[in-house]
Design a protein around this ligand. Structure first.
Ligand code: APR
Length: 247
């Protein structure tokens, strides 16, 4: 799909850019998305049974094993050219905020420095009782270890259904959406709020908003421009068109 010259010019001249990514940006790294009918994580598992405080209380070992499985998928994955292009854009643009719904840590591994993890990170842990961080030197595979402070359960440091987003992360994300002149929404189905509100907050604040996805979804028609192509192709092409391939 052709990239409109107007978008290339906007990116080249932009002083302030915000990007929201979803699972689609990691799909080309081999990490399953959630809602893809065939391979999606939710196609085979019920989110309510795995990604909620009630599920963890009811069956901590099952939830812990599911995250151990996802952690193994991510450990075997490498950042793809889409992640790498976003790290390059961060180096080229003065005020660049990368907001992600992903918990796989691939943006950091690609070299992005300023990453706002709205839904946490599955390689971090916290105490289920008091939400304080817990450092694990070894990570058991079959059941959560006891919290070294209180002996309670340790949980993954991710946001579960029914839980609030980390307040600071949300504040930073909304501020970036409100001040940016260009907002890119990449690889998200746009069905989970409040993350999916960010492109609309940006647009109502005057930003030019762009979706990059492989297929129309919940955001279709709501943003200024919709580009349908894999992000692992589109993002490097956009970065190269705007800034060249010079290191
Ligand atoms: N390039 C661009 N987009 C892609 C690609 C790709 N290569 N592959 C898939 N997509 C798109 C799909 O079309 C879909 O719109 O990525 C999106 C993935 O959607 P979901 O699986 O719903 O993932 P996401 O939007 O990140 O889910 C949001 O929901 O389950 C919760 O906490 C979880 O953070 C997650 C949130």
């Amino acid at each position: 799909m052709e990239i409109p010259d107007t978008l290339i010019e906007r990116l080249r001249k932009a002083r302030c850019v915000a990007v929201l990514t979803g699972a689609g940006v990691s799909a080309e790294s081999g990490v399953p998305t959630f809602r893809n009918a065939q391979t999606g994580l939710w196609a085979r598992y019920d989110p309510g049974e795995l990604a909620s405080p009630a599920a963890f209380r009811a069956n901590p070992a099952l939830v812990w094993q599911w995250y151990a499985y996802r952690r193994s998928l991510v450990a075997a994955a490498e950042p793809n050219p889409g992640h790498i292009a976003l790290a390059e854009l961060e180096r080229r643009i003065a005020d660049f905020t990368l907001i992600t719904q992903n918990v796989d840590g691939l943006h950091h591994r690609a070299g992005s420095q300023n990453v706002v993890e709205l839904h946490g990170n599955l390689n971090r842990y916290r105490c289920f009782a008091d939400d304080e961080p817990v450092e694990l030197t070894t990570v058991p595979q079959d059941a959560p270890p006891p919290c070294p402070r209180c002996g309670g359960l340790v949980r993954p440091d991710v946001v579960w259904f029914g839980e609030l987003l980390p307040p600071r992360a949300w504040r930073v994300a909304v501020a970036a959406a409100r001040r940016c002149e260009l907002f890119l929404c990449v690889g998200t189905s746009g069905v989970v709020h409040p993350a999916a509100d960010l492109p609309l907050i940006a647009r109502s604040a005057g930003a030019y908003t762009v979706e990059i996805n492989i297929a129309p979804g919940a955001l279709n028609g709501l943003l200024d421009l919709h580009l349908y192509a894999p992000s692992g192709h589109m993002l490097p092409a956009l970065a190269a068109a705007a800034f060249g391939n010079a290191p």
